[in-house]
Design a protein around this ligand. Structure first.
Ligand code: ATP
Length: 323
């Protein structure tokens, strides 16, 4: 296979192992940019052809010129955006896969909501101030942090008691939807204008997913247990086939990843959108049942990205895929 002239680079975290594996499968060399001490997985799994070590991810812009010289294409993922902030990412000069402008929309919970509602999707109610809370709400802080610090509040008194440790942080008050949180991974090709469903996952979150292991009787005698939503890992899901037409339509409406909750009444509420690769794609390094149907060979989202880059190179349309 002819060696493509670009190298695939990303921060060593989140879904980098998958991204690098997909890049290797398609013949690209890879560069992992790691914080000191986090290099080992990228050596152990032969993922990185080269490792650049930083003291802090904030130093990323300092190694930009080195990456430009190496003809790197950065693949953004959740940690990349969280560690650097979308303003810093927007300023980067190095080749960047995808549309940078979209990051502002996914980082701001109000813009995100506008995007979803404009696409005609059903979203949970939002309360302007704690005094308005008239049902169970989930209190979320700005920026993706894998659910860290989120808490539930049933009224304003409950809210003011629980917000104490987080006084200075910006938050939103969102209606809590009881149902199954399902994460759907879409891939959108700006070369063909088509969306693909790459897979679905549910998350295992601490401690909310383990509360059901303690009986209500024991929960009552331990009144200090509040549910928390810190993500621990991702579990593959194959959704009921009759849901697929709706999921495909929803993806077409927004053309990116949706985080949804399916209620027993089969309503679908969309509570979040991530406009880059999500960690929920990581169980599918060998592909999901959906990618198997479409490609008949192992196909992860990381590999699909590498193929998109190759297709753009072959068609001389790199501008269409770089932001
Ligand atoms: P990431 O961007 O990594 O997904 P995040 O910090 O933006 O993380 P969310 O995905 O918005 O966090 O929420 C974290 C978890 O909180 C979800 O996985 C889900 O379990 C729960 N959750 C969020 N919103 C709701 C809601 N409206 N109703 C019920 N549960 C919710």
């Amino acid at each position: 296979m002819a060696q493509p002239k670009y190298r695939i680079a990303t921060i060593g975290s989140h879904s980098a192992l998958q991204i690098f594996k997909g890049a290797h499968d398609e013949g690209f060399k890879t560069i992992a940019v790691c914080k000191k001490g986090s290099e080992r997985p990228y050596k152990m799994f032969n993922s990185a052809d080269e490792i650049i070590t930083l003291n802090s991810y904030r130093d990323f812009p300092k190694i930009q010129n080195e990456l430009i010289k190496k003809n790197a294409i950065i693949i953004p993922h959740g940690s990349f955006v969280t560690y650097m902030g979308y303003e810093e990412v927007e300023k980067l000069k190095v080749n960047y896969y995808g549309n940078k402008k979209i990051l502002k929309w996914e980082s701001d919970r109000y813009l995100e909501r506008q995007w979803l509602t404009k696409s005609g999707l059903k979203v949970p109610l939002l309360f302007k101030k704690p005094e308005d809370i008239d049902r169970l709400v989930i209190v979320k802080f700005m920026g993706a942090e894998g659910g860290r610090g989120y808490f539930l509040a049933k009224d304003k008194k409950d809210f003011y008691r629980k917000i104490k440790p987080y006084q200075l942080r910006k938050y939103v008050l969102q209606e809590y939807i009881i149902g199954v949180p399902l994460f759907i991974h879409y891939f959108y090709s700006s070369l063909t204008n088509e969306i693909e469903i790459m897979g679905c996952d549910i998350r295992y979150e601490s401690n909310v997913d383990s509360l059901g292991r303690i009986s209500a009787r024991d929960q009552i005698v331990l009144p200090k247990i509040d549910p928390s939503y810190v993500i621990v890992g991702n579990i593959p899901v194959v959704v009921r086939e009759s849901f697929l037409p709706r999921l495909i339509e929803m993806g077409e409406d927004v053309v990116k990843t949706l985080e949804t909750i399916l209620t027993p009444e089969e309503e679908i509420f969309v509570f979040e959108i991530s406009a880059r690769i999500v960690a929920g794609t990581n169980p599918f390094i060998e592909g999901s049942p959906y990618t198997w149907l479409k490609y008949n060979k192992p196909m992860s989202t990381g590999r699909r990205i590498a193929i998109e880059i190759k297709n753009a190179m072959n068609k001389n349309q790199m501008k269409k895929i770089l932001g």
